[in-house]
Structures are given as structure tokens and as C-alpha cells.
Ligand binder design. Structure first.
Ligand code: NAD
Ligand code: LMR
Length: 342
């Protein structure tokens, strides 16, 4: 390897720190919001992913430092930093997967929807860049409120004529990660054995764990009513639990970076042609009467290949599904209205 154009923000593809030999068959990933609480550990985890050949780190602040730091890790991905909106398109050119953790996080007492005012505009601007520079990339949206930012992204892409619903994903993996962890604690098993589908959206009652379907263990797990209520409530409020524990300094960053890296790895493996990859994600969907819905999705070379049916629901889960619909539809409509009225 050789050092190349070092931290020079004026040369187009600026701050290219390190160019490794090889990796030509790998995939190119951009992280937008890479200097943030999620962005930094996520950059670390993707640098370590052997499927990644190029890792573009974009933010409006602090990318030189994060780029220099991450680039010293002895994994083969080339790390390049991009700073400020003039370098957004350069950060996105030729990229296969874009991950978006840009935007402000919650403080105690706030709902995710309280972030809409600021984050809606950020996601719109970034998606306009994607439509210009890498319209065929797979897009993973982390920025909250996910229930609205995914419809915003879709509308931006529709307006630009680049929309492919198979390529746009709201990242809800953290809900699944939490569900697996909390269920494993209750039943006393290794969380690796548990796989709970979490469906709906990514806020409060719109987060619905299907606790009747934590597959992969025999005999099947049966929860008491008390356990089911406790688990559902804890999974729905997992984000708030972290926001309150962080007491004004932010929301989940480390567990989120882990979850985002897990979902990104699934997308990358699918892009590489691996079969049988299924993950929950918030996507354009027809499994319910809502236009976007998170459920188990089969991933392939073109993104979402098939949205799997919800499977048999218990009475408790059916009620949970009905209870979320009004809020989820409202958040979706709010996103669509924002993007189409601008
Ligand atoms: P953070 O404030 O630590 O980092 C956000 C980063 O975004 C900052 O570095 C900031 O400079 C950058 N940014 C702001 N505007 C930008 C723009 N226009 N272009 C590029 N970058 C920009 O916040 P965080 O803790 O990393 O959280 C980021 C977002 O992720 C929040 O909206 C949060 O609610 C959300 N989140 C989602 C999930 C989920 O499960 N989907 C989980 C946790 C957090
Ligand atoms: C989470 O679930 O941790 C995120 O959506 C962040 C938040 O605001 O709760």
C-alpha cells in the first residue's frame, strides 16, 4: 500500500488517506454522518468487514480525524474522508451501499417524531445526492424518525426518477437485536439461538415483536402473559431506556452501530450473491394495508427480493398490529407530505 493525497479538502476526492492493493472485487460503501456517535463505531466495524474494498466517510464536521484514525486499522478496505456538502457527490460516486446515520438524536422527554423538523431536511438533502451520484446503490436509513425518513427518501427518489423500492431499507435491526437479548435473558439461553421477528415500524407501539415466533429453538418457547407484556414493553421502549440512561448525552450508538453493521453485512453478502439471507427491515410493503412496514425480507443481488408473510399471529399480536396502524400511517403520511410539498 502507499499513502496518498493526505487530508487535502480541495482536491475533489479529498482526504484520501490510504490506498490498499487488491480489494478490486470488494464492495464500495459510504457512511453519511460518519463522524457521529453511531457513525464512528460503524466506520470501525465496516472497515473490518472483508467484503468492503472502499469505505467513504462523509460528514459535515470532523471527518479528517475519523478517517485518519480508522484508516490505520490493518484491514484491506481503503478509507476515504469527505467533508461538507460540496464533497457529498464525490463521497457517493460508484458506491454500492449507502448507510445514513446523519441527524440529531433524542434527549430525555423527546419522541423520535420530535427529531422530524431537523432530520427530515438532512435525509432529503442526502438522498438528493444519492439520486445524482449513485442512483442504483442500496440505501440503509438509520436517521430518525425512521417511520417518516424512509418515505421521505422514497419520495426524493421518485421525484428524481430513480426510485427502486427493492433498494431502500429503514434499519430496524436494533429492535431485533434487543428482542433477541431480552428474550434470551428471560429464558436463560444464548441470544445467538434466538431470532425474534420484530414487525411494524421503529417507534413506541409501532414496534411489534412477534414473540410467538422466536424460531430456532426446540421445544418452542412459550411465554406467560406476564412475560409477554414485560418483553413487548421493554422491546418497544428499548430506545428510551438508553436515552434516559445517557441523561441528555444522546441515544443508542454502540448497539446501533453493531445492528447497522449486521444489517449492512447482510446487504453486502446478498449483493455478492449469497442465498437465503433474511432480515427484518422497514420497506415498501404489501403485507398489510400500510404502504411501508417492517417485516422479514429476503435479500438478493437487487435488494429486497421477497417480503415474507407475517405468519400466524396470536390474538395479542393481532391487537398490537391494529393498535399501531394509525400512528404508523400518520408518520408515513407526514414524511410523504414533507417531501412532496417541498
Ligand atoms: P450524533 O449527533 O452523534 O451524530 C450525527 C452525525 O450526523 C453528526 O456527526 C453530524 O455532524 C452529522 N450530520 C448532521 N447533519 C448532517 C448532514 N447534513 N450531512 C451529513 N452528516 C450530518 O447522533 P447519533 O447518535 O449518531 O444518531 C444519529 C441518528 O440515528 C439520530 O437521528 C438517531 O435518532 C438515529 N438512530 C436510529 C436508530 C435506529 O434504530 N434506526 C438507533 C439509534 C439512533
Ligand atoms: C433507538 O431505538 O435506540 C433509536 O431509535 C434511538 C432513539 O431515539 O431511541
Amino acid at each position: 500500500w502507499r499513502m496518498s493525497s493526505h487530508l487535502n479538502p480541495s482536491d475533489g476526492v479529498s482526504m484520501e488517506v490510504c490506498r490498499a492493493k487488491g480489494g478490486a472485487t470488494g464492495l464500495r460503501v459510504a457512511i453519511l454522518g460518519a463522524a457521529g456517535g453511531i457513525g464512528q463505531p460503524l466506520s470501525l466495524l465496516l472497515k473490518m468487514n472483508p467484503l468492503v474494498s472502499t469505505l467513504n466517510l462523509y460528514d459535515v464536521v470532523n471527518t479528517p480525524g475519523v478517517t485518519a484514525d480508522v484508516s490505520h486499522i490493518d484491514a484491506s478496505a481503503v478509507v476515504r474522508g469527505f467533508l461538507g456538502k460540496d464533497q457529498l457527490d464525490s463521497a457517493l460516486e460508484g458506491v454500492d451501499l449507502v448507510i445514513i446515520p446523519a441527524g440529531i438524536p433524542r434527549k430525555p422527554g423527546m419522541s423520535r417524531d420530535d427529531l422530524f423538523k431537523i432530520n427530515a431536511g438532512i435525509v432529503r438533502t442526502l438522498c438528493e445526492g444519492i439520486a445524482r451520484a449513485c442512483p442504483r446503490a442500496i440505501v440503509n436509513v438509520i436517521s430518525n424518525p425512521v417511520n417518516s425518513t424512509v418515505p421521505i427518501a422514497a419520495e426524493v427518489f421518485k421525484k428524481a426518477g430513480t426510485y427502486d423500492p427493492r433498494r431502500l431499507f429503514g434499519v430496524t435491526t436494533l429492535d431485533v437485536v434487543r428482542a433477541n437479548t431480552f428474550v434470551a435473558e428471560v429464558v436463560g439461553l444464548d441470544p445467538k439461538l434466538i431470532s425474534v421477528p420484530v414487525v411494524g415500524g421503529h417507534a413506541g407501539v409501532t414496534i411489534l415483536p412477534l414473540l410467538s415466533q422466536p424460531l430456532q429453538v426446540t421445544p418452542a418457547i412459550r411465554f406467560s402473559d406476564e412475560e409477554r407484556h414485560y418483553l413487548t414493553n421493554r422491546i418497544q421502549n428499548g430506545g428510551t431506556e438508553v436515552v434516559e440512561a445517557k441523561a441528555g448525552t444522546g441515544s443508542a450508538t454502540l448497539s446501533m452501530a453493531y445492528a447497522a453493521a449486521k444489517f449492512a453485512d447482510a446487504c453486502l453478502r446478498a449483493l455478492k450473491g449469497e442465498d437465503g439471507i433474511v432480515e427484518c427491515s422497514f420497506v415498501a410493503s404489501q403485507v398489510t394495508d400500510l404502504p411501508y412496514f417492517s417485516s422479514r425480507v429476503k435479500l438478493g443481488r437487487n435488494g429486497a427480493e421477497e417480503i415474507l408473510p407475517l405468519g400466524p399471529l396470536t390474538e395479542f399480536e393481532r391487537k398490537g398490529l391494529e393498535a399501531m396502524k394509525k400512528e404508523l400511517q400518520g408518520s408515513i403520511d407526514k414524511g410523504i407530505q414533507f417531501a412532496t410539498s417541498a
